[in-house]
Each structure stands twice: as structure tokens, then as C-alpha cells.
Design a binder for this molecule. Structure first.
Ligand code: FMN
Length: 424
């Protein structure tokens, strides 16, 4: 039986077995990495009738999934595991994609959609397009140019960039490379004096919005990441020295505040943090990681400027609820008082339009651009943004929308029959 005849699951199991077997010792390094990576991933690629190959040129990418396989082949298992991982049995990771697959878009005909306006102004910032680049940590684990390549791609393609606290680029350098304000994602170090220094620095650099991520305070059990780490036979000490201080090595937002070794997630954090932020900086405050109406109401009561629906791309809780399913209750609770951002599982323009139709003001991508980055650096991120723009435009036209900010609620329906798991 040929490898191609096996089901995805069987193939993964077989590759996993091969990767772990002594036979793999004789294979070229790249082949072993590919096997290891394929065995690891649980996301899979859509079961299209034409088999996907590993693209060798960025222009050959037909959709963002084409970058996933290349990223797998290029990254060492530990780094791939970090990029791909969900938590526990990865129910939330799957639910993010399944949630989009359960929704349909109602196509409308004979509307003049020759001109489609994708612009908007959110929290005082003019956006050329509703798709934004989510904050993701440690981008140099995926490509030597890391967040710098992402900032340059976001500039070239005119997308809003959000920078992680644990980025390998400073907020100053990100804003310089992006050429426009970059929003700062904040994990406050547990010591408030240190946290203050960091956020004051981000404001001084010109970042107008702080995104307080609240979905990791309870911790996360990243099993695929751990399996990838165990599979990786390299000596990792050169980059990670194994101490808590080592975790923030090469993380410039921690420079000069003495925060090395201080944890930056806090299970004791409460809504009181919003007032602390307000008392410290004049930046707009968006709370990232909200998935319920109750927390939306609390966030608004505490005076936030925006609510960001996210489950960290399935990397936080294993509750098994996709964000596109949670979006309507958050939008209803927000009652138009503040913009609602969303991410997690967005891979296609039709996903973007579904989220817009359900009331999101802007839609974030995480893994999609990281796959592009790992595969081809800045050019890969640019191509991912181009593909999503092109797909979004077509989907907007199909639902008869001439403005991205004007997709009607009636454009989105729940499908009577849930499609088979994995439809992408
Ligand atoms: C490798 C990786 C690192 C991430 N690091 C951060 C981070 O430092 N801060 C944060 O708020 N979210 C982080 N996220 C979550 C993203 O901001 C975003 O919520 C998520 O990637 C969206 O889901 P998607 O990957 O399915 O598009 C990270 C996600 C990934 C995949």
C-alpha cells in the first residue's frame, strides 16, 4: 500500500512510528523533520481532491494552508510543536475551525459590487483592511527575521500589527519598521512596578492601544508542544538556558526593568487591573481573551474601550467552544458601545466575512501568518495577507457587501447539517 493511500490519521501514525524508529536515523534531516512534524500536527489540511505538494516558491501558494506544510518541513520539532499546539486533547483548537465550517454565507446576486470599501477607523486608528496581525510571541523561533519581517510585511500590505509582550523585537523597533502605530499586547509581569515600567515604555514609544491578554492566567497544558520538545534532539541551551530568566532572554520588552524571572501571568489577577492600567497610561484598553456575555458586561462596566473575542487560538482553555460560536453573545452584550475584535481559527476570507457578519469590527490571524513566516520569511507573510485579502474581497462580493463594515447579519446562517470534521 502506498503512503498516499492511507487516511490522514493512519499516515500520521505511520510517520510518527517511522520518525521514532531507528530506521529514521539514516534519513536526511529534512525528511525526519517532515515526518516528525506531520506526525505531530492534529490540524490537518483540507481533504481536497488534488493532492497538495510542498511548494518551493511563495507565489505558488494557493491558500494559507500551503504554507503550513512548508513551515512543518522547515522548523525543528520543538518549534513546530510550539506553533501548532493546542491544549489537552485539542478540542478547542478543532472547535475553532469546526465553528466556521458550521456556518454558511448566503450569496446575493446582481448587486453592483465593483467597488468594495474595506477601510474603517477603530479606536482612533484608520485601518485599510479588517484583517489584522495578532500578537504572537518569539517569532525568531520561526524565522531569523522574526517580528521584523512581520512588521515589514504588515507595512507593505497595510495591515494593523499587534506586538506581543514576549516578542523578540521591541515596540520601538516594531513601530519604526511598521511605519505606523503598532498595538501593544500586554502580559503584566507579576510585580506591578515592573509592569508599569513596561506599559509606560510602550505608550512612550507611540503605541496607542494596550491589549490586555487575560486568557492564560489560569495556565495551559500544551501537550503537542511538549511532545515536539521531547522529539527534538538538538541542544537547546544556546537559546534557552532552562531557567525562568532564560525564558525572557532576547525579549527586549523586559530589558532594563529587572523582570527576568518574574512570572508574567497571574492567576490572582482580577478586573481591578483595568483601573490600574487606566491610572498608569492614557492608551485605549482592549481586553483580549473574552468568550462570554458575562465577561463582556464586566469588561464594559470596568470601562474598557474594546473587547477582543479570543481563546488564544485554542492554546488556553480546553473548553471546546470555538470563538466564532462565542462571538454573537459577546456582540449582543457589547450592544455597539465598543468595537469587538475576534480571532482563533481564521484561515480564509470566508471566515473573515462570517466574523464581520456576526458583528466583529476586525478579525485577527495568528498561525496563518506564522506559517508564511516560517516558510518564506517576510515574503511568506506578505503572500498570506494577499491571499486573505483576495479571498475576503470575493466573499464580500458574494454576499453583496460593498463595505467590509457593512456585512449584514442575514449574510451568515447556521448550516442544517454540520460538515464532516476537518472541512477547511
Ligand atoms: C505561536 C503563538 C504564539 C502566541 N503568542 C501570543 C502572545 O504572546 N500574546 C497573546 O496575547 N496571544 C498570543 N497568541 C495568540 C494569538 O494572539 C491569537 O489569539 C491566535 O493565534 C489566534 O488563533 P489562530 O492561530 O488560530 O489564528 C499566540 C499564538 C501562537 C500560535
Amino acid at each position: 500500500m502506498a503512503l498516499a493511500d492511507l487516511s490522514n490519521w493512519d499516515r500520521r501514525a505511520f510517520l510518527g512510528f517511522l520518525a521514532a524508529s531507528p530506521l529514521a536515523g539514516g534519513l536526511p534531516d529534512v525528511a525526519r523533520r517532515l515526518m516528525a512534524a506531520q506526525a505531530l500536527t492534529q490540524q490537518g489540511t483540507p481533504p481536497n481532491s488534488v493532492q497538495r505538494g510542498l511548494i518551493t516558491e511563495v507565489e505558488k501558494a494557493v491558500d494559507v494552508f500551503d504554507f503550513e506544510a512548508v513551515a512543518q518541513s522547515k522548523l525543528p520539532p520543538a518549534h513546530w510543536g510550539y506553533l501548532a499546539t493546542g491544549v489537552d486533547g485539542e478540542a478547542t483548537l478543532r472547535a475553532n475551525r469546526d465553528g466556521f465550517a458550521r456556518l454558511g454565507l448566503r450569496a446575493r446576486r446582481l448587486v453592483d459590487v465593483s467597488q468594495v470599501d474595506t477601510t474603517s477607523t477603530l479606536l482612533g486608528q484608520a485601518l485599510d483592511h479588517p484583517v489584522f496581525v495578532c500578537p504572537t510571541s518569539s517569532n525568531r523561533a520561526f524565522h531569523p527575521d522574526g517580528e521584523l519581517a512581520v512588521a515589514r510585511a504588515a507595512k507593505a500590505k497595510k495591515h494593523l500589527q499587534m506586538l506581543s509582550t514576549v516578542a523578540t523585537l521591541s515596540i520601538e523597533d516594531a513601530i519604526a519598521a511598521r511605519g505606523e502605530p503598532v498595538w501593544f499586547q500586554f502580559y503584566p509581569p507579576r510585580d506591578w512596578d515592573m509592569a508599569k515600567k513596561m506599559i509606560v515604555r510602550a505608550e512612550a514609544a507611540g503605541s496607542p492601544v494596550v491589549l490586555l491578554t487575560v486568557d492564560l492566567n489560569a495556565g495551559s497544558n500544551r501537550s503537542t508542544m511538549e511532545r515536539g520538545r521531547q522529539m527534538d534532539t538538538r541542544n537547546c541551551v544556546a537559546c534557552h538556558d532552562g531557567t525562568p530568566a532564560g525564558q525572557v532572554r532576547r525579549k527586549p520588552m523586559f530589558d532594563g526593568i529587572g523582570a527576568a524571572g518574574v512570572p508574567y501571568s497571574d492567576p490572582a489577577m482580577t478586573w481591578e487591573i483595568i483601573k490600574r492600567l487606566r491610572d498608569t497610561v492614557k492608551m485605549k484598553v482592549v481586553v483580549k481573551g473574552i468568550v462570554t456575555r458575562e465577561d463582556t458586561e464586566l469588561a464594559l462596566r470596568h470601562g474598557v474601550d474594546g473587547v477582543y473575542v479570543s481563546n488564544h487560538g485554542g492554546r488556553a482553555d480546553d473548553g471546546g467552544i470555538g470563538t466564532i460560536g462565542a462571538l454573537p453573545e459577546v456582540v449582543a452584550a457589547a450592544r455597539g458601545r465598543v468595537p469587538v475584535f475576534m480571532d482563533s481559527g481564521v484561515r480564509r476570507g470566508s471566515d473573515v466575512v462570517k466574523a464581520l457578519g456576526l458583528g466583529a469590527s476586525a478579525v485577527g490571524i495568528g498561525r496563518a501568518y506564522l506559517w508564511g513566516l516560517a516558510a518564506f520569511g517576510q515574503a511568506g507573510v506578505e503572500r498570506v495577507l494577499d491571499l486573505l485579502r483576495a479571498e475576503t474581497l470575493i466573499a464580500l462580493r458574494h454576499v453583496g457587501a460593498t463595505k467590509a463594515s457593512g456585512v449584514p447579519r442575514s449574510a451568515v446562517v447556521t448550516l442544517p447539517v454540520a460538515p464532516p470534521n476537518g472541512r477547511a
